[in-house]
Design a protein. Structure first.
Length: 517
């Protein structure tokens, strides 16, 4: 299956990135798409290295932190599925993140669409030393029965952990033995924290379980239904904006996974299209639905900025028979939003020194890497460099297209290595640095640093980034970040530098890699 990309035919690379649901789980992103979280150099060189198989996941001699395949993005989202239960087949600490995110999501007003009856239902097998020695199959089975008894769910997600992976626990055997004794559909998700250095492997593992165990054969095709899945870092306001735009085209959105019902997962196969907000988060699901059920998809562009939102809507319209309506919608939306974007551009022009563009540095996921740099360019900003949590072959073409649009730039690939981020920021000295909330970005520095995104539970219109409303909201946020620097001024005056001077003076922040290994 192919689709048009910017007027040409886009090859989805079905042979290159296969989906095999006969397997218990997906390959790691390192295996499936040559992923890495260690790189520093020119973006053009990264593209060339990726095309020629030279990008490696190398060992650091020093590492401050890392992402957990189980906990970081996966657990906190699976637990929000309304009529399901999540079982952490793990020591009790592996379920701790669900507590914080319960409160995060409670911040979304019911009036904005958050379900009134909202509880996170999860259990843990609380694995102990004896379980490691003797196995925990019976313990998991008992927990499945308790989940059925307490909650009467439609689905039970089993999230594996480092412990179960290390001891080689046979999850599928336990599931097979328990399934006939419970009504809920049991969905094992192989997300052991140590299985991959790339947290995106957790996304793929989750979607593999959904495709293999939950999605049903379509009873009918729903021509007005569009599947939309997105990262945790796209907020509730982004969800509202996508629903607003597609409803104007007479389309309904099947938004997953937060607060979705099990029924919504079961009918993914009936949709007219799977559309992305974050292309790499949606990739595995999109390819699987196309292969198994013929649901078409596109991955690029995401709806970030005016230009890309226009194209995103046109791609949606192409697959849903709304080509005529979409041009009327785009014209209508432009009348409202383009003047506001032009005002933002004028405000940002005033910040220029000696006529030079204002320089910004973003700390991004790879989905944002290919969506926000064109948006900055659209606003008249310059991106001399970008930092991405990870990179893989899934976005080679898109990254090359971004380079063509905005010019070459430095790129650092790392997962939550604050020291490396501080080094490149100090050396480049941009006018504004955007940092991921998990990237350790609030360090002492003389110029400006702010967040690059909020999280799904942020319901304030200020937090939007998707669609037309998001383009204006984030643009206004950028302008405000330049106008109010009191936070950074206070940090600079009241705190010491996070690292010694010799570290900031290092020309190569990855000098301590075990290169070639």
């Amino acid at each position: 299956m192919t689709c048009k990309k910017n007027g040409s035919i886009e090859d989805h690379g079905e042979d290159k990135f296969p989906i095999d649901l006969s397997k218990n789980t997906c390959p790691n992103r390192e295996q499936r798409a040559n992923g890495t979280n260690v790189y520093y150099g020119k973006a053009s060189q990264l593209v060339d290295d990726a095309k020629n198989g030279r990008v490696l996941c190398q060992e650091r001699k020093f590492q401050q932190s890392g992402g957990c395949v189980l906990n970081f993005y996966l657990a906190v989202r699976a637990t929000t599925i309304r009529d399901a239960v999540t079982i952490f087949n793990a020591p009790v600490g592996c379920s701790s993140s669900a507590l914080g995110y319960r409160e995060l999501f409670r911040g979304v007003p019911v009036e904005l669409g958050r379900p009134a009856k909202y509880n996170l239902n999860w259990l843990t097998t609380n694995l102990q030393q004896d379980d490691v020695v003797y196995g925990a199959g019976e313990k998991l089975k008992d927990t499945i029965f308790k989940a059925e008894e307490r909650y009467s769910p439609k689905a039970i997600f089993i999230l594996t952990s480092c412990t179960t992976g290390i001891i080689g626990e046979d999850i599928e055997r336990t599931v097979s033995e328990a399934q006939s004794k419970v009504k809920a559909k049991i969905v094992p998700v192989h997300c052991e924290g140590v299985r991959s250095r790339l947290v995106q492997t957790g996304y793929d593992a989750f979607w593999h379980g959904v495709l293999k165990y939950l999605v049903k054969e379509p009873e009918k095709k729903q021509d007005d239904l569009v599947n939309v899945a997105s990262m945790l870092s796209y907020t509730w306001q982004d969800r509202i904006e996508i629903e607003r735009l597609l409803s104007k085209l007479g389309l309904r959105v099947n938004f997953i996974p937060e607060f979705a019902s099990v029924d919504q997962f079961e009918i993914l196969s009936e949709a007219a299209l799977t559309a992305p907000i974050c292309p790499t988060y949606t990739d595995y699901l999109s390819r699987g639905l196309e292969k198994e059920y013929g649901v078409p998809f596109f991955l690029y562009p995401p709806p970030t900025g005016i230009v890309n939102t226009d194209e995103w809507l046109r791609q949606v319209a192409k697959y849903t028979g709304k080509e005529n309506e979409v041009e009327d919608l785009i014209a209508e939306e432009h009348k409202r939003w383009v003047p506001q974007i032009n005002n933002i551009k004028e405000e940002l022009k005033k910040l220029r020194v000696d006529g030079k563009k204002t320089r910004v540095l973003g700390s991004l996921g790879q989905g944002r890497l290919v969506s926000q740099l064109p948006y900055y360019d659209e606003l008249g900003l310059e991106s001399p460099a970008a930092m991405s949590q990870d990179f893989d072959d899934l976005i080679i073409d898109e990254l090359e297209e971004v380079i063509d649009k905005v010019g070459d730039f430095d790129i650092m690939i790392n997962t939550f290595q604050a020291a490396e981020q501080a080094n490149i920021t100090a050396n480049l000295n941009p006018d504004l640095t955007f940092t991921c909330p998990f990237q350790g970005g609030s360090w002492e520095r003389d110029n400006n640093v702010t967040r690059i995104h909020s999280l799904r539970g942020d319901a304030d219109p200020w937090s939007a980034q998707s669609g037309y409303a998001g383009a204006v909201a984030f643009g206004n946020f950028i302008v405000q970040s330049f106008k109010n620097r009191s936070y950074n001024k206070t940090l600079s005056e009241k705190t010491e530098k996070s690292y010694k001077n010799w570290w900031y003076e290092q020309p190569d922040p990855l000098y301590y890699l075990e290169r070639g290994k």
